[in-house]
Design a binder for this molecule. Structure first.
Ligand code: 48F
Length: 258
């Protein structure tokens, strides 16, 4: 077969544009492709919802590839192991209630299973703003990460969603935009972002589940963004809470939208 370079270009441009057009309207838009965003995306897609995830970086997986200080292992507790089991990620028992997984296998598998479940991932896109209407958040404002990185003066485009998840990690970037735009109206004690506390695995993991919630109408937080918004500790390379938080936010949205 003789290859036609232009046909290859056409296949890529047509395929991408078709999907981008399709996802201008969706049920759920997720910001951030770390463990919590991927887990949420998997369960939402499994439930039959139309869901896309927007990730700033080239690679999906956020802070899970590097394990702890580049020792590429992650630790999960029993409830996190149950989720890894469902994904088909192998774990080794360590001590009672502690399980160890290879972070590369875990990250790659989460990404693969979420895509196969029907989650559409757009990488290399940065969320720079949200759409705010009377009823709450109604969508995301996106631009190419390369535009952001180069500091180019290029206007963004928008996508509409019935629910948005901030899974952007420690910086809780989506909630931060909302706070900046509308002032202290978040569902937190003083309406503002409370800020992440110093590392304490036990307290951080316990608080995370409680903190996985709707922080403003139609805007949910999951993963490390939850603890950053609600003023709870970070927890380092223990990932059970991230997975459970992703599942929890998915369950909350499924119950609401279905
Ligand atoms: O940081 P990240 O892995 O978030 P997570 O799911 O998991 C946290 C753990 O990795 C770890 C931890 C475990 O105890 O504390 O840190 O809460 O992934 C967040 C992803 O969001 C992307 C970012 O590139 C990363 O891949 N991201 C952040 N801001 C934006 C964004 C944005 N404005 N637009 C698009 N993507």
């Amino acid at each position: 077969m003789k290859l036609d370079d232009i046909k290859i270009s056409r296949a890529i441009v047509e395929g991408y544009m078709e999907e981008l057009l399709d996802y201008l309207d969706m049920d759920v838009a997720i910001g951030g492709g770390g463990p919590s965003g991927l887990t949420a995306g998997y369960y939402l897609a499994e439930a039959g919802l139309k869901v896309a995830l927007f990730e700033r970086k080239l690679s999906i997986g956020g802070g899970m590839w590097g394990g702890g200080m580049m020792f590429n292992k992650i630790v999960v507790q029993d409830d996190g192991k149950e989720i890894l089991d469902e994904f088909g990620v192998r774990t080794e028992p360590y001590d009672e209630g502690y399980h160890v997984a290879d972070s590369v296998e875990a990250t790659a598998t989460l990404c693969s299973r979420a895509c196969k479940a029907g989650l559409k991932i757009f990488n290399l896109m940065s969320i720079e703003d949200v759409m705010i209407r009377d009823e709450g958040i109604t969508g995301l404002v996106l631009n190419w990460s390369s535009v952001e990185m180069a500091g180019l003066h290029v206007d963004p485009l928008t996508v509409r969603a019935n629910a948005v998840i901030d899974a952007t990690g420690h910086d809780c970037e989506i909630v931060r935009v909302v706070e900046r735009k509308i002032g202290p109206q978040l569902n937190t004690p003083d309406g503002r972002i409370q800020g992440e506390r110093s590392m304490w695995a036990d307290a951080g993991e316990a608080a995370l589940i409680e903190n996985t919630r709707e922080v403003y109408p139609n805007l949910y937080v999951a993963g490390m963004a939850s603890n950053a918004v609600y003023g709870a500790p970070r927890m380092g390379p223990i990932f059970g809470g991230m997975l459970v938080s992703g599942k929890r936010v998915a369950d909350m949205i499924i119950e609401r939208l279905k």
